[in-house]
Design a protein around this ligand. Sequence first.
Ligand code: BG6
Length: 490
Amino acid sequence: MKENSCIFTIFGATGDLTKRKLIPALYILYKQKRLPEGCSVVAIGRRKKTSAEYIEEMKNFMVDELQRIVDQNIWAEFSSLITYHEMSFTDDEGYVTLKGLFEKVGKSSNRIYYLAVAPEFFEVIVDKLHGHSMIENKDSWQRVIIEKPFGSNLKTARKLNESITNVIHEDKIFRIDHYLGKEMLQNILSIRFGNSIFEPLWNHSYIDHVQIISTEKLGVASRGAYYENTGIIRDMLQNHILQMLTLIAMEPPVNLEAESIRDEKVKVLRALRQFEKSNIEETFVPGQYGPGNGMPGYRQEDNVDPQSNTDTFIAVKTFIDNFRWGGVPFYIFAGKRMAEKTTKIIIRFKKLPGINFYEGYENTEANVLVIRVQPDEGLFFRINAKNPGNDFAINSVDLDYCQDCGYKGNSPEAYERLILEAMNDNKSLFTRWDELEYSWKFIDSLCKARTAESLIYPNYEAGGKPPAEAVRLIEKDGRKWWREKADEVL
Ligand code: BG6
């Protein structure tokens, strides 16, 4: 039996995340022979069904909804590892039968408990697992993966963390942020610290500003009830966006150990400028989509209050008050139901002084490095060069690198990587408690400083242009949101 083999136990087996991400990721890992030998899957849900019904449902969802190609033979082998177990998460009886089930289904005594459930169940599940002595077997390992949202503000996150760490050691806790499993986020460290042309310039002397743009075409779909309690600030900014920001801004870690990387990320979060009532107007623009382009507005979505003031869009200007980044604005632009799905990080270098022969070319673009997280993973560096021909005309040229193109095969999906890393006990791609603590502090300062009274929602059309105020936020500083193509709607 492989040391990293385990019974992968999913709480919330019929939920959206399990169907969309976890089962497909486990299937691909199995198909690619990367799932450790001897692994099995116990899928726990509250609905009554047989394992055969569950397996069929998962396969149909992958084929019909996700449009994935499923190899019948491989699926048959893979699905023989899955057992569905019906139980209520709060009911002791269920944990007793679960323990019995483990004996039957798996050869491995290692466990991953994946909590793909609504946050109100995190504490109770961990408590019950502890109560039934299911997370402290010394001859094997047990790990708990916790999905977001981890709390809804600093106070609730602290409380949740305390009750979880009271019964399990931090070493066993894997707080997931799936963006950390994305190929290009992993690549940020190599780009920054693997190229002598970037690192010496990576500071306030040479960088004018940074933009993080993260837009989605999708609305809230069937997640209205969840989204009403989170909004984009807690759903995206507190976690995924701040993770991108810390990777861009952190100091080089002393080595690639999880703790060294996380130490540096925490320092960035600690240096983030907090929002105040006095600076909120010029640093924050919220938004909510209304009907447009044949799509309903947020207030018309299922399980959403028709008067809701939940934000589905934000534009933010923030600073990292440390030596490297003093005075460099970090602009964030994120929204649901925007014109396109894109996540990119833009590093805009400073312009050259308009002297000597640059005088006549004052409109020459500054150098820009764009890290394309998705789609079309890759990056490009915009430089200036002379146009071919007799005239001396300078133009921008993009040195483009497409990450998928050179690599034969699909780059792994975030969840595939994260599941494997949890099995291998590599925590660098998971969030440590103090990262969460400081990110919540930042978010709390924003929520406290903003004034809800002035909201006039909706303020942008589904699938259309962003709120006009968001454009003004950056343009009043003499800068523009990054557009890759002139006709891009930003
Ligand atoms: C999830 C959010 O964490 O990330 C969703 O809850 C969001 O609202 C999603 O759509 C975005 O992830 P990705 O990988 O599609 O960019």
